[in-house]
Design a protein around this ligand. Structure first.
Ligand SMILES: *[C@@H]1O[C@H](CO)[C@@H](O)[C@H](O)[C@H]1NC(C)=O
Ligand SMILES: *[C@@H]1O[C@H](CO)[C@@H](O)[C@H](O)[C@H]1NC(C)=O
Length: 300
C-alpha cells in the first residue's frame, strides 16, 4: 500500500508537475511526448550552469526558452538516394520526403520553434527529368490539399516564396488558396521555397528598388541593409534570417538557398538522407546549435 502511494507521488513529482510547467512555458499541448522532448533539450542546456546563473534575473521570457532557434531553414536533400538505396522509384523517395516534412514541421512547432522554411524545389530542379518534375508538382498539390485542415487546426501560416511564373496553374491556385486561408495566423509560420534561388531573390529586390528609385519613391542614399531586407521575399516572416540552416545528406553547400539571409546562420550538415531525418536527428541538430550558441553567444 505504502509503495503504491509512493509510486503515485513519484509519478506526480516527476511527470505531472514539470509537465504542466513545460506546457505553460512553451504553450504546447500537454503530452508525455512533448515532456520527453523538453527534458532532452533541457538536459543539453544544464551542463553550463555557471553561464545560466550569470544571466539569471536579467533574462527575458524568450531567452529563458534556452537558446532555441527562432527560425530553422532546411535544404531537403537525399530523397532520390534514399529511394535508390531501397530499390524503389524516385517518386517513392519524394513521397517519403513529403511525409517527413509534415512530421518534422509538427515536431518543430511542438518544441517552440515558430518559423520553419523549407527549400522544397530550387530553380535548378527544373532541369531534372520531366516525369520527376511533374511528379513533384503533383505531390505539392496533394499535400497542400491534404494538409490544409492541419494548417488551419494548428493555426500555421503558410507562405510560398520563389518565382511563380512556371508553377502549374492548378498548383498556383492551391497555393493562393492556402496562403489566403492561413494569412491571419500569427506565431507558427511555414515557408516553402518553390522555384526559389537566393540570387533570384536578391535580383528581384534590386529590380524593385531600382524601379522605386526611378519613380522617386526612394532616394538612392536611403538604400541600406534594412531596406534590402524588406524587399527580399522573406519579408513575409517575422524572423527572416534563419538562426540554423540544416542540409541533409552530407552535402556541404548552400546551393543558392538563402544567400543574403544566412550571413550569420549556423550551418549544420548531417550525413543523413532527408526521409531518415527524424525526431532524434532533429534533437541532435538542436543540441549542436545550442552548444554553438553557448560558445559564441558573447560575440555579438
Ligand atoms: C522567373 O521565371 C521566368 C520563367 O522562367 C523567367 O523568365 C524570369 O526571368 C524569372 N524571374 C526572375 C526575376 O528571375
Ligand atoms: C515588408 O513587410 C512589411 C510588413 O508586412 C510591409 O509593411 C512592407 O511593405 C513590406 N516591404 C516590402 C518592400 O514589401
Amino acid at each position: 500500500m505504502v509503495s503504491l502511494f509512493s509510486v503515485v507521488l513519484t509519478f506526480i513529482a516527476i511527470i505531472l508537475i514539470p509537465g504542466l510547467f513545460i506546457s505553460r512555458r512553451l504553450s504546447v499541448p500537454f503530452s508525455i511526448r512533448n515532456i520527453l522532448r523538453f527534458i532532452k533539450l533541457a538536459a543539453s542546456q544544464n551542463d553550463d550552469e555557471g553561464e545560466r546563473n550569470e544571466k539569471r534575473g536579467t533574462m527575458g521570457e524568450k531567452e529563458k526558452r534556452g537558446g532555441l532557434p527562432k527560425h530553422v531553414a532546411i535544404i531537403l536533400d537525399g530523397n532520390r538516394r534514399w529511394a535508390q538505396k531501397r530499390g524503389v522509384g524516385t517518386s517513392d523517395g519524394h513521397k517519403a520526403g513529403a511525409r517527413r516534412v509534415i512530421e518534422n514541421a509538427k515536431d518543430c512547432f511542438a518544441m517552440g520553434i515558430n518559423t520553419v522554411s523549407l527549400f522544397a524545389f530550387s530553380t535548378e530542379n527544373w532541369a531534372r527529368p520531366e516525369d520527376e518534375v511533374n511528379g513533384l508538382m503533383s505531390l505539392f498539390e496533394e499535400n497542400f490539399r491534404s494538409e490544409l485542415p492541419f494548417f488551419q487546426r494548428d493555426k500555421i501560416k503558410i507562405s510560398v516564396i520563389g518565382n511563380r511564373t512556371k508553377i502549374p496553374r492548378s498548383l498556383l491556385s492551391l497555393i493562393r488558396e492556402t496562403e489566403e486561408a492561413t494569412k491571419s495566423y500569427e506565431g507558427k509560420h511555414l515557408i516553402l521555397a518553390i522555384d526559389y534561388s537566393g540570387k533570384f531573390d536578391i535580383l528581384q529586390a534590386c529590380k524593385s528598388l531600382a524601379e522605386k528609385a526611378k519613380n522617386g519613391v526612394i532616394q538612392v542614399e536611403d538604400i541600406d541593409e534594412s531596406v534590402i531586407d524588406k524587399e527580399l521575399m522573406t519579408n513575409c516572416s517575422e524572423f527572416p534570417n534563419p538562426d540554423l540552416l540544416i542540409r541533409t545528406s552530407g552535402e556541404q553547400r548552400i546551393s543558392n538557398f538563402f544567400l543574403w539571409q544566412s550571413a550569420y546562420t549556423e550551418l549544420y550538415f548531417p550525413n543523413i538522407l532527408w526521409p531518415d531525418f527524424g525526431e532524434a536527428e532533429y534533437l541532435q541538430a538542436l543540441t549542436w546549435y545550442q552548444q554553438r550558441q553557448r560558445r559564441f553567444g558573447r560575440r555579438v
